[in-house]
Design a protein. Sequence first.
Length: 114
Amino acid sequence: MLKALLIYVIGFSTSHFIDIKQSSFKKYYIGLWISCETYLSIKDLSACQDSVEFFNLGDRVWFKASRATSILGIIFLCAALICAGLKLFVFKGKKCILDAAIGMTFVADQLLYN
């Protein structure tokens, strides 16, 4: 679970979630929050902006919903990791902490991957 959280945090925060090389002189780096357009020449020129402006989405609800479910998923994954740590080191005899960690892991999985 720790490895999944680490990989998801890197993917969540990076602008290189999707890399597209359109031609020999133009590349796109697209993330959940920011998108960059790079012109490859003698000097690399980059122009970065918010993903909503980059794709001219306006007030599209589906993009805001995908951001919101990503945020909720990472919160639930962090909470599940905390509960699992508490179960291992502090509350060794409490079954409810284990049940909470399992439930939060399931909710995070449903939010992030569906």
